[in-house]
Write a protein that binds this ligand. Structure first.
Ligand SMILES: [Zn+2]
Length: 203
């Protein structure tokens, strides 16, 4: 008999869907002059940098989960050495805040933006800072469409849902797989444009 999981990871949007949603959201910046640049002087508007910033933002709220893509993200340092850079902070955050607690609210991601996004804006540029914010907002959007909802307006009590009950997502459902397929194209176009930019500089 299958053990019953008490964590609500089972009814969360999966990491790949969060990533696709977050990276796709970067295209919202495209109409802003100077937001995305493909030339050798792209600087902070480099699509690769924006992809990384949005991906981090899209995964970061799940630091409060007992199991999540960001918690178990593994860096291979070579010679068999591996590092999970987010695991210590995820262990601390999940223990103190709990899954889908304050870190899944507008207030929570606002605080995270002040800690990480504001220094990025001041020292690197507004574009990756905006991509990071869009990534985090997309996470709330994704989880807000699930059956669990999110405490969007914390410290106000209660979870908010962004879809009517019949349309709310469950993990791995056909609806989520369709959403992932839909988002895969715009999400892949962002790093692809960074690759084309790199190749145009080489060739
Ligand atoms: Zn989440």
């Amino acid at each position: 008999m299958r053990a019953k999981c008490r964590c609500d990871y089972e009814i969360a949007v999966t990491g790949p869907t969060h990533l696709a949603l977050g990276v796709s959201a970067v295209w919202l910046l495209a109409p802003i002059p100077g937001a995305l640049s493909h030339g050798p002087q792209a600087g902070a508007a480099n699509p690769a940098l924006l992809t990384l910033a949005a991906a981090l933002g899209a995964l970061l709220p799940d630091l409060d989960a007992q199991r999540s893509t960001i918690r178990y993200l593994r860096l291979d340092l070579g010679r068999g050495r591996r590092l999970r850079p987010f695991e210590p902070v995820a262990a601390l955050v999940s223990r103190t805040l709990g899954h889908r607690g304050p870190l899944h609210s507008l207030l929570g991601i606002g605080v995270v933006w002040l800690l990480l996004g504001l220094p990025t804006l001041l020292w690197i540029g507004w574009q990756p800072s905006a991509a990071f914010a869009l990534g985090m907002l997309s996470h709330l959007l994704g989880d807000g469409c699930t059956k669990s909802g999110v405490p969007l307006l914390f410290p106000r009590p209660g979870r908010r849902h962004l879809l009517p009950p019949s349309l709310r997502l469950t993990t791995g459902s056909l609806a989520e797989r369709r959403l992932l397929a839909l988002l895969a194209v715009p999400a892949l176009l962002m790093p692809l444009s960074a690759l084309l930019m790199l190749l145009s500089g080489i060739l």
